[in-house]
Design a protein around this ligand. Structure first.
Ligand SMILES: NC(=O)c1ccc[n+]([C@@H]2O[C@H](COP(=O)([O-])OP(=O)(O)OC[C@H]3O[C@@H](n4cnc5c(N)ncnc54)[C@H](OP(=O)(O)O)[C@@H]3O)[C@@H](O)[C@H]2O)c1
Length: 313
């Protein structure tokens, strides 16, 4: 039986501290699946939320599972019904829950795989799928942002936010964003027109008449955001459904959403990367063995862009 290294969330939620690499059986691709040799996998807040039992969609009864929702790697073999992909193809993908990417190999549905943009190495490519797709779906599918509109992005320097700023600018929007003081230069580099330090300034005093608030922070940041919306504006959050009563007061459309894997959107993001219009920023890389430390860093301290695990050469 072929084995592989993987970061497994065991039978009980214990946070990221105890996570280690263990040897488990290498998966086999199903009829419509491909087996990928994973070169790099990025970490996301969902991973530390899952590890601590704070992610409602993953209950203790489904454990153990391999963590990780983003991969970049090479196709090793294809199930009998797979067309259009071949051994040796370099691909990247956002994984469904339960197909963990913090592993040397992953089997996933072929239709989730997208050719890796040639100009990115695997580390940079692995930073893109979940954060990029989340930003895309929040701004465009749910937020319906169009050229000439004004958007406020809360948490613009993080994994999702740093893509959202670039996508919104590329779409022709005027972009304001909130973040830490040390991120001001970074978000300006990404294209933000206005950067507000959320620790020293109140964004509602300097940002007005916004068509769309894209909320990656929630809590009182979301609550204070109603006041910056244009009458009839839109508030989209990655962190639960905003108050319907407050939305009604402001004649606003407001929704929360869970990002879904979407290969055609990832391919569109890839085209922007190839065209030089969007770039993933990697703050740090860790070896697979240090997945727990990588997640601890994401959870406990300020990150600019993304943190990526180097899995195999
Ligand atoms: N629903 C979904 O499908 C979905 C998908 C992806 C992500 N999410 C959620 O969306 C959130 C963002 O994800 P991410 O990957 O971008 O996380 P991340 O990489 O950890 O980035 C979070 C960013 O928010 C900033 N921040 C923290 N408090 C803030 C505040 N009060 N005002 C403005 N900025 C603030 C942080 O800066 P400092 O550290 O300097 O404070 C950091 O730059 C997470 O909670 C994640 O779980 C949901």
């Amino acid at each position: 039986m072929a084995m592989m290294k993987a970061v497994v969330l065991p039978e009980a939620f214990g946070g990221v501290g105890p996570l280690t690499v263990t040897e488990i059986e290498r998966p086999q691709p199903g009829d419509v699946q491909v087996l990928i040799k994973v070169h790099a996998a990025s970490v996301n807040p969902v991973d530390y939320k899952m590890a601590s039992g704070k992610y409602p969609a993953v209950k203790q009864s489904v454990l153990p599972i391999v963590l990780g929702r983003d991969i970049s790697g090479t196709v090793v073999s294809c199930g009998p019904q797979v067309t259009g992909l071949h051994a040796g193809d370099e691909v990247y993908a956002m994984l469904d829950r339960g197909h963990g990417g913090f592993a040397e190999y992953v089997a996933l549905n072929a239709d989730l795989c997208v050719p890796k943009p040639a100009k990115l190495d695997h580390v940079a490519a692995a930073a893109v799928p979940l954060a990029g797709i989340t930003a895309w779906q929040g701004l465009f599918d749910h937020g319906q942002l169009i050229s000439g509109q004004r958007v406020l992005i809360h948490g613009g320097a993080g994994g999702v936010g740093h893509f959202a700023i670039q996508f919104a600018k590329e779409r022709g929007a005027n972009v304001s964003t909130t973040g830490s003081a040390q991120d001001k230069d970074f978000v300006r580099l990404l294209g933000a027109d206005q950067a507000v330090d959320y620790k020293s300034d109140r964004f509602e005093e300097v940002v007005h008449d916004v068509d769309l608030v894209f909320d990656l922070v929630a809590g009182e940041t979301q609550e204070r955001s109603w006041n910056v919306l244009k009458d009839g504006g839109t508030l989209i959050s990655t962190l639960g459904k905003p108050s319907e009563a407050r939305a009604l007061e402001h004649h606003a459309r407001a929704t929360g959403y869970m990002a879904q894997p979407n290969a055609s959107e990832l391919a569109e993001i890839g085209q922007l990367i190839v065209a030089g219009k969007v770039k993933p920023y990697i703050e740090a890389t860790f070896p697979l063995e240090a997945a727990g430390a990588a997640l601890q860093r994401l959870e406990q301290r300020h990150t600019q862009g993304k943190i990526v695990l180097e899995v195999s050469a």
